[in-house]
Design a protein around this ligand. Structure first.
Ligand SMILES: [Zn+2]
Length: 141
């Protein structure tokens, strides 16, 4: 399994949402949780794909820590989601479209890169960018 494979699964999740963002969490080369944006569905402004997938897995594990897990997300984590990634301690973030890419197609975004937030935190999280970027952006067409 490679990064493109897992991002493809995140894209499949994104297609379920009214707003097309999806995320999966992977450990030991296996998907352990998947979710999509349910802001409208749940009337919850915090129900981004990343928050949803983190909550789903930590609730299942009954543990707030996701150290050694990797999160794949179709869009670069916003400041809220980047912060959740830091608090839960994921080891790696892999994203498709960047915040800059999303701003260029008129998606509402807060213009702060997730790496800026990570750099100011107590964690060292590896960030991999641009995996299936075109496919992630095509979700908005
Ligand atoms: Zn977010």
């Amino acid at each position: 399994m490679n990064q493109e494979y897992f991002m493809h699964l995140a894209i499949q999740e994104a297609k379920k949402g009214a707003v097309p963002y999806g995320a999966v969490i992977v450990k030991d080369n296996e998907v352990v949780a998947a979710a999509y944006n349910t802001v409208g569905l749940d009337s919850d402004p915090s129900a981004h794909a990343e928050i949803n997938v983190i909550r789903r897995l930590t609730a299942k594990l009954k543990n707030p820590s996701l150290e050694s897990y990797s999160i794949y997300t179709t869009g670069e984590p916003c400041p809220m989601c980047a912060t959740a990634c830091i608090w839960t301690g994921v080891s790696e973030i892999i994203y498709g479209a960047s915040i800059q890419d999303l701003i260029l197609i008129n998606q509402a975004q807060i213009n702060i890169a997730c790496e800026e937030i990570i750099a100011k935190s107590f964690r060292n999280i590896k960030v991999t960018k641009g995996v299936l970027k075109k496919e992630c952006l095509a979700l908005f067409h």
